[in-house]
Design a protein around this ligand. Structure first.
Ligand SMILES: Cc1cc2nc3c(=O)[nH]c(=O)nc-3n(C[C@H](O)[C@H](O)[C@H](O)COP(=O)(O)OP(=O)(O)OC[C@H]3O[C@@H](n4cnc5c(N)ncnc54)[C@H](O)[C@@H]3O)c2cc1C
Ligand code: FES
Ligand code: FES
Length: 493
């Protein structure tokens, strides 16, 4: 069954749109079409949060409120969800508790960034179950830039509103809203447009495979946190869009005998607790991946399929020995993730073939994992270098090593000479750590760009090898980590 109009819930009404350009962003639709100008445009690239709106979906048996950057979210991605904007919060003239608290605490001056901050806090108000703290609020606000007030009054307001909060007219209407959102889930493929220009959102993997094989020139989007920028910044003429976010099979996380099979369309927010359960460093890298808005939309599959040399997941998954599953028509194939990345901008994926799942193994006994994300600022920053280590230790000696880096070459890549140098090394032999680390210069010739110079990259990569060895040898992360944290200690330590 195919439906030819987009449908979503807004202010209790079922909205149906059967004509829109596939490239339309949610922000443009709100401001230019609906004339709802409370939602602002700052950067138009997902960085400042001025355009934050909240999307509500039913997951399991509950409603999940997620803040998203409407500037890089495409209108078609709303299918099946409820949209809440800053205009919707006040109830008959009475401000929402997060708005009231911001006023009381003087958390707003220019008012330009405030609507986005209100919406991020509104999502947090609903997600935190009435229990919040400074750490959680800092994470909730990492994607919202306030250029004037300073965050102290904003965080004070958030603490005041969110602790003990959660009872607003949205929560009082949960049952009716759940029914209305559930009724949108008609299991029909969405196709708006014609064969030359369309926004499609298939519901099954079979429909996706057929449609993409028919239109191999179409652009797949999952969260559109990359593709959205091609539209807003490069003005890319994308006419055919296939959204994979509704494909049931690509949205599953399955526990396997030795790890997890994670569907390509699983968002980073949903994948974080699962991947983070493999090692706390993965959880910490994901906590610092973009912002809460980016993680709500951005997906595991998008982070791999984009082939980015600075994507955060690839080096960690390569170090773990993960595989990737691809599908073209009826044909499914699997390959080690490290073989997927061929060259800068080139992956082992033919036209019409899509990423299906990532197969991520858990750590084997006596195996130690470490990952470090190096950025100019701690939160919401793209990595200059990401290093990931998976070392097997037998009787104090490294018996096997998988080491992968992002940001050091045109693709995420293993450091094979470093690995050779590590095999056989006694962990306690600290005098040899530096020489093992020096081998990294045989593996990579890094580039200089806006994030870091080649010299810095080479130096930091070597230092990270020493840091990993020191931590695995037993030096406390309290000593080795000035920024970031390792959330719990290894069971083996
Ligand atoms: C403000 C901001 C901060 C960011 N911070 C980080 C960060 O800290 N670390 C990081 O690694 N990245 C970061 N990113 C980049 C981006 O968010 C991630 O790469 C994200 O995982 C992309 O996923 P997506 O679903 O949004 O991809 P999309 O934009 O939907 O797609 C990306 C690419 O993958 C293709 N694609 C998507 N899914 C599939 C599929 N199933 N099969 C085949 N092709 C597919 C698309 O066609 C496109 O080429 C950031 C982006 C922004 C805007
Ligand atoms: S306008 Fe800056 S994040 Fe959207
Ligand atoms: S209130 Fe707008 S920059 Fe701070």
């Amino acid at each position: 069954m195919t439906r030819t109009s987009l449908q979503f819930l807004r202010r209790g009404r079922n909205m149906r749109l059967d004509r829109f350009s596939p490239r339309t962003t949610l922000l443009d639709w709100l401001r230019l079409q609906e004339r709802l100008i409370g939602t602002k445009e700052g950067c138009a690239e997902g960085d400042c949060g001025a355009c934050t709106v909240v999307i509500v979906r039913e997951r399991g048996s509950r409603l999940v409120y997620e803040p998203v950057n409407s500037c890089i979210t495409l209108l078609g991605q709303l299918d099946g969800a409820e949209l809440i904007t800053v205009e919707d919060l006040a109830d008959d003239g009475a401000l929402h508790p997060v708005q009231e608290a911001l006023v009381r605490e003087h958390g707003s001056q220019c008012g330009f960034c405030t609507p986005g901050i209100v919406m991020s806090l509104f999502a947090h108000y609903h997600q935190c179950n009435g229990i919040s703290n400074r750490k959680k609020i800092n994470d909730a606000l990492a994607g919202n830039l306030c250029r004037c007030t300073g965050y102290r009054p904003i965080v004070e307001a958030a603490l005041e509103a969110c602790n003990g909060g959660g009872d607003d007219r949205f929560s009082r209407n949960t049952v009716a809203r759940r029914l209305a959102i559930g009724a949108l889930d008609d299991k029909a493929d969405l196709f708006v447009g014609d064969d030359t220009a369309f926004f499609a959102a298939p519901v099954s993997e079979q429909s996706l495979a057929l449609l993409y094989a028919q239109h191999p020139d179409a652009t797949i989007i999952a969260g559109a946190t990359d593709v959205g920028l091609w539209i807003t910044k490069k003005l890319a003429p994308i006419d055919k869009i296939i959204h994979v976010g509704r494909v049931a099979e690509l949205s599953h996380i399955e526990a396997t005998a030795d790890g997890y099979a994670i569907g390509a369309a699983v968002s980073l927010a949903r994948a974080a607790p699962v991947l983070g359960s493999i090692d706390p460093d993965i959880a910490e890298v994901l906590r610092r991946f973009g912002s809460i808005q980016v993680r709500a939309c951005g997906t595991v599959g998008g982070n791999i399929a984009n082939g980015s040399p600075i994507g955060d997941l690839a080096p960690m998954l390569i170090a773990l020995g993960a595989g990737v599953e691809l599908r073209y028509g009826e044909e499914i194939r699997r390959l080690p993730l490290e073989n997927f990345f061929l060259d800068y901008g080139k992956q082992d994926r033919k036209p019409g073939e899509f990423v299906r799942r990532l197969l991520v193994p858990k750590l084997q006994p006596a195996t130690y994992f470490r990952a470090y994300k190096i950025t100019k600022r701690l939160d919401e920053d793209i990595s200059a270098v990401l290093a990931a280590f998976c070392l097997k230790v037998d009787a104090g000696r490294i018996s096997d090593a998988r080491v992968a880096f992002g940001g050091m070459a045109g693709i995420p890549k293993r450091a094979k000479t470093v690995e050779e140098n590590l095999r056989g090394l006694r962990l306690a032999d600290a005098d040899h750590w530096q020489s093992a680390a020096a081998a990294v210069s045989n593996d990579f010739t890094p580039l200089t760009d806006v994030r870091a110079s080649a010299g810095y990259r080479g130096r930091v990569a070597g230092n990270l090898i020493v840091k990993a060895l020191a931590e695995i040898a037993g030096v406390s992360p309290e000593v080795t980590r000035i920024a970031g944290r390792r959330m719990v200690a290894d069971a083996a330590e």
